[in-house]
Design a binder for this molecule. Sequence first.
Ligand code: FEO
Length: 169
Amino acid sequence: MINEKLEKAFNDQINKELYSAYLYLTMKAKFAEMNLNGFVNWFDVQVKEEQAHGMGMYDYVIERGGKIELSAIDKPELKGSTPLEIFEQVLEHEEYVTSRINALMDVAEETKDRAALSFLDWYLKEQVEEESNVGGVLATLKLIGDDKKALLILDKDLAARVFNPPVIG
Ligand code: FEO
């Protein structure tokens, strides 16, 4: 059985993961407006990953005999409108998610729930990968600057991203 404090922390993180999907859906639409369909694909994969992250925790809470308490998902706000500004926000958001996963692990540690810690290890590694992928795109966008041709080449690259359902835990 999962400790009540840890159960609440998991429920909060499920909300954060689903909010991430919501945020990326907003960004996907913004790139669709710009006719950058490779970016649209990249965000489509990102949305599915966030949904999988949320559902991984959702299933885990149930598996541990805990209770799911879903709360309202905040309205996502874009802080910028250019590809560079949007990716700056993605990186900032992923760094925030990493800090929340760390905080969730602190609660698991505090409640001496080693099984939860072991489960959350996957999320910690996933965050390293997410920050690295996003940081890579952001670095390329900085190099591109105002070069439209180079932006279209990056768009073509991002069209190749595919969603592989993650095996969590
Ligand atoms: Fe689920 Fe992008 O963190």
